[in-house]
Design a binder for this molecule. Structure first.
Ligand code: ATP
Ligand code: MG
Length: 378
């Protein structure tokens, strides 16, 4: 067994976006030091870390510096070059492993892996070249053509009704590998965040119910308002996947719930997830502390939900000419505001989030939706 890495040690993270920032806060609160590698001089995490290495993710000098100065390394996003992760993991403790990250990086690999593990995904076709669009597509239309790599927040996705539209969309996306996924009638969406250590200690956080707007997460409600057997099955499926991957770290699993209550895995993220931000305000341990614990070889913390909660994403859309009405939002005692320190607000850019704690999920959701409207209309 690897010895525990204890406070005061330097922890490295690839990526300094909001997930890296919240990781940095959790790690520093526990007395660890943090080195962030991110090429952006203004990255949200860079300014809060002890050390910010402002270099590209494949810069050999930067990677060597992580090897020389950090006790362990993790990542906050799936698009780090797998080669960089392999370089690091040959020399120091790295979680999750490059193999797990590379599966999550590519929708074709991801869906094949998940089905191979005996878990259901939406009907899909791998479209690696234009000729793949010549096969019978009817079982997958109307559908969504999703780029296999580097898509996020609904980017790199086109809804298509006919084979002709699918071909056009494929060409527009530069004829890069895609999946054509059948458009499904979703009853709801849920997600589960699993933490697993190298000693096979596992925990799951309470299941979140997720509402999206234009392909971007809008609100998460916890506990998810689904029957208990569905929540239990989602947790089981997430654990099965973490075990199959021999995963170490925090793994997010997004699910579709269909009309017949069946669960399909939509996608996975090899890191903390937007739908788990609520854990900071509402759980005994946050998903970011779990990431610290897992990379340090410590057992996962208690995932107990301390209060029902609803989380609302704050996108750049509500900034317009001015800052949103924080005074009104913060006048509400049950609100926890988190801003990511991004200088420029752009449409669709995740700028922050807020949580609303309440006696039950419905009341949390109701107040959260009202406050969201207030910020939009202000
Ligand atoms: P993110 O990075 O925010 O998770 P993404 O770009 O990876 O987003 P997906 O998770 O594939 O995108 O899709 C975003 C949302 O679009 C889903 O959560 C769901 O609401 C909707 N969606 C995606 N695929 C389908 C489908 N096959 N049928 C119905 N709705 C879908
Ligand atoms: Mg998604």
């Amino acid at each position: 067994m690897t010895p525990h890495i204890l406070p005061n040690a330097m922890l490295g993270i690839l990526g300094g976006g909001q997930l890296g920032r919240m990781f940095t806060m959790a790690a520093r609160a526990m007395g660890y030091r943090v080195t962030v590698l991110d090429p952006d001089p203004d990255s949200p995490a860079g300014g809060l870390a002890d050390v910010h290495i402002c270099s590209k993710y494949d810069d050999p000098g930067a990677l060597q510096m992580l090897v020389d100065t950090c006790a362990a390394v993790t990542t906050e996003f799936e698009n780090v070059p797998a080669e960089s992760m392999r370089f690091l993991q040959a020399r120091m403790p790295v979680s999750p492993k490059a193999e797990c990250v590379s599966i999550a990086q590519d929708r074709i690999k991801e869906k094949r892996y998940i089905s191979g593990a005996g878990l259901s995904v939406a009907p899909f076709l791998a479209i690696e070249r234009a000729a793949d669009l010549e096969q019978a597509l009817s079982g997958h239309l109307p559908g969504i053509l999703k780029i296999a790599r580097l898509g996020y927040d609904g980017k790199g996705q086109v809804r298509v009704k006919t084979a002709e539209e699918a071909k056009q969309a494929f060409a527009q996306m530069g004829s890069r590998p895609c999946v054509l996924e059948k458009m499904l009638n979703l009853k709801t969406e849920v997600s589960v965040i699993v933490t697993r250590t190298s000693a096979d200690e596992v925990t799951t956080f309470p299941v979140a119910e997720n509402q999206h707007e234009s392909g971007i997460l809008d609100i998460s409600i916890v506990p998810a308002r689904v029957p208990e057997p569905i929540a239990a099955r989602a947790r089981e499926m997430a654990l099965t996947l973490a075990q199959a991957l021999d995963y170490v770290g925090v793994l997010a699993v997004e699910f579709f719930v269909l009309d017949d209550d069946s669960l399909l895995i939509n996608e996975i993220a090899p890191r903390p997830h937007n739908s788990g931000h609520y854990t900071i305000s509402a759980c005994a341990t946050s998903q970011f502390e779990q990431q610290v614990r897992a990379m340090c070889g410590l057992p996962p913390g208690d995932t107990r939900l301390l209060s029902p909660v609803a989380m609302v994403n704050l996108l750049g859309d509500i900034w317009r000419d001015d800052e949103p009405a924080w005074d009104k939002l913060l006048s509400e005692p049950a609100v926890k505001l988190h801003l990511y320190g991004k200088k420029e607000a752009r449409i669709g850019r995740k700028m922050g989030h807020f949580d609303v704690l309440a006696a039950d999920a419905d009341s949390a959701y109701k107040l959260a939706a009202e406050l969201k409207q207030m910020l939009k209309g202000a």
